[in-house]
Design a protein around this ligand. Structure first.
Ligand code: SAH
Length: 349
């Protein structure tokens, strides 16, 4: 099959064989990528029109008990500046965000033992009480099924937990032994079963990634059928063992955004901060390749630089929630409109 035929197949039946995916991803030319892009953009527009959903990202803690090899806030990084937001600080972020037009708040953080179920449930129910028209998304890493259930019962709507890679060997090259792909997958299954709108995802160009592991990622997403999928380029952090590795490619990331859009037509797909970090117009490019979500930073400005997952992570400029207006204008220029809406998943699973 030619690459164009593979693109047509993805558009028509939303799947392709591993060999077809591998061929497309590894040999796509610039002209073919433009066809892929337009096909993915049309697919996104069919489901979402010219709307882009926004999420206010609140980075609640840079303290983490895990030691993921790629991550700047890993436990063993002695140079990381650690902070933790109080409930009041989190509610202040929501207040500011609400005024700016955010109707989804994403609380993300390292795996910080301070945020027990009791403390998180209290924060979640306070947010839901004050902003009943808003969705609460959590991204707090791996917890027990019982814990996820409690957070859900307290009112949390969505949970982001990237699988990072669907290949077992690859997973073990990115994480210490006590973290397993099996455990990560089980968490995702639990989240889905409980009823969360669930997000999986992976880094593009992480060390030891191959075309083969990427095909496994695409297949995993197809099978899990999450409501959301976050992908962005890997970016090295100076205090990790991957400090001398290269950043993931923007082009490959854009190819994969388009492929994921075609394989999962109504999935919520962000143009991520990492994409905006490695390319000044990465966010816009992501939207034009089929993404439909952006997640500006709502964290208190004095702490933003300390949630340092990778070097030069954007947290100001268009990435900052305060600058929603300029982001909105930039998206308008490429034909898109930011909406004040929870932006829930509209599919049937
Ligand atoms: N503790 C939470 C949140 C992790 S940070 C959890 O485990 O889910 C959110 C995401 O940032 C991670 O899932 C990872 O895919 C991404 N990330 C971490 N380090 C990165 C790096 N160096 N480059 C690009 N993305 C990175």
């Amino acid at each position: 099959m030619t690459n164009i035929e593979i693109i047509e197949k993805l558009d028509a039946v939303h799947t392709a064989d591993n060999s077809e995916l591998a061929q497309l991803i590894s040999t796509i030319t610039d002209n073919e990528l433009e066809v892929l892009r337009q096909t993915a953009q049309k697919c996104a527009q069919k489901h979402f029109g010219n709307k882009v959903f926004i999420r206010g990202l609140i980075e609640i803690s840079s303290i983490c008990k895990n030691d993921c090899y790629y991550c700047g806030i890993r436990k063993s990084n002695k140079n990381a500046v650690r902070y933790r937001l109080s409930k009041e600080q989190i509610l202040d972020c929501c207040e500011q965000g609400y005024k700016l037009g955010f109707r989804t708040f994403v609380m993300q953080g390292g795996e910080d033992g301070y945020f027990t179920d009791e403390i998180m449930c209290d924060i979640i129910s306070s947010i839901k009480q004050k902003y009943p028209d808003c969705a609460v998304t959590l991204s707090l890493g791996e917890r027990s099924r019982e814990s996820y259930q409690r957070l859900y019962d307290a009112g949390a709507d969505r949970y982001l937990l990237r699988h990072e890679t669907a290949n077992k060997e690859h997973y073990s090259k990115l994480h210490p032994q006590i973290m397993t792909l099996k455990g990560r997958k089980q968490c995702l299954l639990n989240l889905k079963e409980i009823g969360f709108q669930t997000g999986a995802g992976f880094m593009v160009g992480s060390p030891y990634q191959s075309i083969g592991t990427i095909c496994e990622d695409l297949r995993f997403i197809e099978q899990l059928a999450p409501q959301m999928c976050g992908i962005g380029p890997f970016v090295p952090h100076k205090d990790t063992i991957f400090k001398n590795e290269r950043s993931g490619s923007v082009r490959l990331c854009l190819v994969l955004l388009s492929v994921i859009r075609l394989m999962n037509p109504n999935i919520l797909l962000p143009a991520t901060t990492a994409l905006g970090t490695v390319d000044p117009i990465g966010r816009e490019k992501g939207i034009l390749h089929g993404a439909n979500v952006v997640m500006p930073n709502l964290s208190p400005s004095e702490h933003r630089k300390d949630y340092s997952l990778y070097d030069n992570k954007l947290c100001t400029g268009d990435e900052a929630a305060e600058s929603l207006k300029t982001l909105s204008e930039k998206l308008k220029k490429i034909g898109y409109q930011i909406v004040v809406d929870r932006g829930d998943y509209k599919g049937n699973h």
